[in-house]
Design a protein around this ligand. Structure first.
Ligand SMILES: [Zn+2]
Length: 191
């Protein structure tokens, strides 16, 4: 080849830029064709590198990005819901920068810690609050007669079913009528 190493690198870089979609599709195809092999390889790798992976995970959890990921997934487990990445980024920023309870203005300390106040009916974030204020809003939500934990669980199941495009099974929704009411409300709120 008459080209220098630099020219070849530049050509490759330009080619990759011009053919982004094509390359993406090719690698997707390669993945699909070798899916079983790749899955097995990854499984073996995880088995053989348990300690290394655990160590990497531990290190990652100490980075700002790792802390953020951890925190957000714990919110998600407790039923917080958001629509876009921008929205949750903004909520996280607000949480990080919050120095005082947004309701009673008490300052956060080692024992007075921040809580994420979210609507148990819709899953939407409301405020960053101290524990006492958060308990109060939880009590308010509970007044609807349906326990908060019920809403959180049913919403998670409902969203999961929607995600995998499956009709929610009656057995998974013990209070089925309430689930139907919830579904209607939830869908109306998305309009
Ligand atoms: Zn408070």
């Amino acid at each position: 080849m008459p080209w220098t190493k630099e020219e070849r690198a530049e050509y490759a870089r330009q080619y990759n830029l011009d053919n982004k979609e094509k390359i993406k599709e090719q690698s997707r195809q390669r993945y699909l064709e070798n899916r079983e092999k790749i899955v097995e390889y990854n499984r073996q790798y995880r088995l053989n590198n348990k300690e290394k992976i655990a160590q990497q995970k531990k290190e990652y959890e100490q980075t700002p990005q790792g802390k953020k990921t951890n925190m957000i997934s714990s919110w998600k487990r407790r039923g917080l819901l958001w629509e876009t990445k921008e929205e949750i980024d903004e909520i996280y920023e607000r949480y990080l920068n919050s120095k005082r309870c947004e309701l009673c203005d008490v300052e956060y300390t080692e024992t007075i810690i921040k809580n994420m106040d979210h609507s148990h009916t819709t899953g939407k974030f409301r405020n960053v609050l101290c524990h006492r204020c958060n308990s109060n809003t939880d009590r308010q939500d509970n007044k609807s007669g349906v326990p908060n934990v019920f809403w959180d669980n049913i919403r998670k199941k409902w969203i999961y079913c929607k995600k995998i495009n499956k009709k929610p099974h009656r057995k998974k929704f013990p209070y089925f009528i309430q689930a139907v009411i919830y579904k209607k409300e939830y869908e109306a709120s998305l309009l």
